[in-house]
Design a protein. Structure first.
Length: 740
């Protein structure tokens, strides 16, 4: 819930930092809470800024009850029209029980500074440190302001030297300048010349033979806040009434149009230092002016006719005059200094991008987690895809498409650089430790039933720790999406089993796009060389498996050069809210001791790909084998079967084994000894006896340097010692019996 907490009237405004990079236009207009028709007319006139009333009494009509619906609609429409919104927070509700003078604040200047401006600015900066606070929005109208209208400094025979608003502004700036980012002021004068004088020169009134002198806005700012930006946030002229309404002003619509054009020209002259009545010093800090008002309004039968549009939305001559003036004076936005922000991956179809490259070396004495290195490959840009260009003064917003796949092309100019060493420093680089998994030896029947996997270790993926969202909401617990996976091997095969819990299974995509629906993707780097940023063409695979329209589908997204057929057999079974994937990856050559691997589970609840669970990075966001985990192939492990029989993987199941008494063992040994060869005889048949023993042991991991090769005994080292001791003993017994 958004909260707007005000203790009194807010006479300052907040400018969101999201617009700061695109605010070069000098022209704005007041529009209260405009409708779409009014905003369209504002845009068509060439005006870029809209000052809106964020009325406290509308937002919080009852204490603690907030309603942003009307303002949300107005702001959304303004942004759709590419207009920038300047929000004025003001006008308290009755329940706040603040002192009121008609519609405006009646407290003292110190009340405004201490109860509104300073605490309000502090709260705004707390909510958004980049927000801009604009104040105090005083109205220079007539002979004085609410606070100091009677406090002008007067000299006998000469009259008053300073009017009230000038004292007020100077005091606010002296008391609370640190709380103000941009100074704002309102002026309503009878002619454009008087208005320009109030801004930059000062005014001279002859009242009954006495001279009354008014300092200009520029003089007050230069004396109390030199260098501060200034916005004139209200000025205008009210036209005569029409349509039977009461009220209105005293000038014609044609005169209103002429006044606006004359002042806008004077404003540009003031900024550029060419205003005829000034000292010719440019005042570039007068950054923006806001016309009052966009559209006439009626309260009761009272017409307020400051608008450049009539009540019914038709255009007054002033609208056309302002449009023509802005069109005839195009603005040149200044170059902004570069701002750096990390964006993992951006694809632009066409255009040139200025890249500011800075080589930042990072060193650390912390041996745990060093910075991660990155490398990029650059290719020449292709031909344009569409004849579209961006004119000066127009802007685009780039939003990433989380489901887009392809390549990124950029044009980069690289300049010679230098390296400066400030001090010698001993650096120890420790690579990141990848995730690991031990895959046991296990012959699997690929049928979609995972009972034979028994106690093979699982890799468990949960939505809390392993989910990567792609713009949508996070999963609603493990029943929404969760998974576990297992890997095993035997001679010539890698087996993968995935059990996915998903309350909604959806995939109707073609095989090459199966990743956009519920599916599993896995990748294997057989050389375990873990290339950075892309697959290589030597030994890397990426495979997608899915249940599409109740049929198992396999698609190899990446295979080594020269490989034509995808070497994967798949069975998929959906039962309840679970999907079981069982796959066999056929390997033509001998398996290495270890491979680099990762896998992920895509989530789609019939509204597009929402995100995915992943064991490691390297598949879903970018193809990067350097981020894969390490899978090591190990010997067999006991596997608990459903019937309770413990089976040695790769060995024959023995139903019952009887162990004879010790005397029987001795007698058996003596009986064997008579037939055992003497030392002079050929013992070659002993090798055959030893080799038959290998059937009782599963092959050791290929390439491990232990048994499982084409020659040698598969007995453990202690077994070899025991066996040869028995041979020696039996030989000695045989010789004794022959001598006897």
């Amino acid at each position: 819930m958004r909260r707007l907490s005000l203790t009194s009237f807010i006479i300052f405004a907040l400018l969101s930092s999201s617009a700061l990079a695109q605010w070069c236009s000098r022209y704005g207009v007041n529009a209260h809470i405009p409708d779409a028709e009014t905003l369209q007319a504002i845009k068509d006139a060439g005006i870029s800024w809209v000052r809106m009333d964020f009325n406290w009494f509308m937002i919080e009509p009852s204490k603690g009850v907030f309603d942003f619906a009307v303002l949300d609609g107005a702001v959304d429409e303004a942004r759709r029209q590419n207009l920038f919104v300047f929000a004025t927070l003001a006008y308290s509700p009755k329940w706040a029980n603040e002192p009121n003078l008609r519609d405006f604040f009646e407290g003292t200047l110190d009340d405004y500074v201490n109860k509104i401006l300073v605490p309000g600015a502090r709260a705004a900066k707390w909510a958004d440190p980049e927000v801009k606070v604009l104040a105090p929005e005083l109205a220079g109208v007539g002979s004085g302001s609410q606070w100091n209208g009677d406090k002008g400094q007067c000299v006998p025979l000469a009259g008053c030297i300073m009017d009230g608003w000038e004292i007020d502004l100077a005091q606010v700036l002296s008391k609370a300048l640190s709380s103000i980012d941009i100074i704002t002021q309102h002026f309503y004068k009878s002619t454009p010349t008087r208005l320009a004088q109030a801004v930059v020169d000062g005014e001279f009134d002859d009242i009954v033979g006495l001279v009354k002198v008014h300092s200009s806005l520029k003089e007050i700012v230069d004396a109390n806040a030199p260098g501060k930006k200034v916005w004139l946030t209200e000025y205008g002229w009210e036209t005569i009434p029409y349509g039977g309404y009461q009220g209105g002003g005293s000038i014609s619509e044609a005169q209103q149009a002429s006044n606006h054009v004359e002042f806008l020209q004077a404003y540009l002259d003031i900024v550029n230092g060419t205003w005829t009545n000034s000292d010719n010093d440019p005042w570039s800090d007068l950054e923006r002016v806001f016309i009052y008002d966009a559209r006439d309004s009626v309260v009761g039968n009272r017409l307020y006719a400051f608008g450049i549009l009539r009540v019914d939305g038709t255009k007054k001559p002033a609208w056309e005059a302002i449009r023509d003036f802005i069109s005839a004076h195009p603005e040149e936005c200044p170059n902004l200094p570069p701002k750096f922000k990390t964006i993992p991956q951006v694809t632009l179809n066409q255009g040139e991008v200025a890249v500011h490259a800075i080589d930042l070396y990072e060193y650390t004495e912390d041996p745990d987690t060093p910075p991660e290195g990155l490398s990029y490959s650059l290719v020449q840009a292709g031909d344009p895809k569409a004849g579209i260009k961006i004119e000066d003064g127009h802007f685009i917003s780039v939003y990433p498409d989380p489901n887009y796949s392809g390549t990124t092309t950029a044009r980069v100019s690289v300049f010679d650089g230098t390296t400066t060493a400030f001090a010698d420093f001993a650096v120890m680089v420790i690579p990141f430790m990848p995730k690991t998994y031990s895959a046991p030896y296990l012959s699997v029947s690929v049928d979609g039933y995972l009972t034979e996997w028994g106690t093979v270790p699982q890799i468990v993926l949960s939505p809390e720790k392993d989910y990567v969202p792609l713009g949508g909401a996070m999963p609603n617990g493990a029943l929404d999406i969760s998974a576990n996976g297992r890997v095993a091997w035997d001679k010539g095969h890698i087996y993968l089993a995935f059990e996915v819990t998903d309350n909604t299974h959806y995939n109707s995509e073609p095989p090459e796009l199966l990743w956009q629906g519920d599916s599993v993707q896995f990748a294997i780097d057989f050389a375990c060389d873990r290339t950075v940023g892309a697959y290589d063409d030597d030994d890397d695979y990426e495979v997608g498996v899915a249940l599409i329209d109740d049929k198992p589908v396999v698609h190899c997204f990446k295979m080594p050069s020269g490989i034509v057929d995808c070497p994967v057999t798949l069975v998929v079974r959906r039962q309840g809210n679970k999907t079981y994937y069982e796959a066999q990856f056929s390997v033509e050559n001998e398996l290495p001791e270890k491979v680099s691997m990762s896998w992920l589970v895509n989530e789609n609840d019939a509204f597009g790909r929402e995100g995915f669970l992943q064991w490691t990075e390297g598949i879903g966001i970018s193809k990067d084998p350097s981020k894969f985990g390490i899978v090591t192939f190990v010997g067999e492990i006991p596997v608990e079967m459903d019937d309770g029989v413990s089976e040695e993987a790769g060995a024959e199941v023995v139903e019952e084994v009887s162990v004879p008494e010790k005397p029987s063992v001795i007698e058996e040994v003596l009986d064997i000894a008579e037939d055992f060869p003497s030392a002079s005889e050929d013992v070659g048949e002993n090798e055959q006896v030893v080799e038959t023993k290998t059937d009782l042991y599963a092959p050791a991991p290929p390439g491990s340097g232990t048994c499982g090769c084409s020659t040698g005994s598969s007995l453990p080292p202690f077994g070899d010692i025991l066996f040869f001791a028995m041979v020696f003993l039996l030989w000695k017994l045989a010789k004794r019996r022959k001598k006897a």
